[in-house]
Design a protein around this ligand. Structure first.
Ligand SMILES: [Zn+2]
Length: 63
């Protein structure tokens, strides 16, 4: 991760160590910019759409 090399402006320790609240806040913010973290809501919506389609298909087949 890119934040491994960041040094905190507050405590001058690596942000990845999370020694102070500023470090932890920065680390959390940077982790949220991870593409996998941003994918989760989209994946949930896609999963929901697939479930609705599957239910609709099953309902259509049984009737
Ligand atoms: Zn810090």
């Amino acid at each position: 991760m890119t934040y491994d090399r960041l040094v905190c402006a507050n405590c001058a320790a690596p942000v990845s160590e999370g020694r102070c609240p500023v470090c932890r806040a920065n680390r959390q913010r940077l982790q949220q910019e991870n593409p996998f973290a941003g994918l989760n809501p989209i994946a949930l919506v896609a999963l929901l759409a697939v479930l609705i389609a599957a239910v609709a298909l099953l309902a259509h087949q049984t009737v």
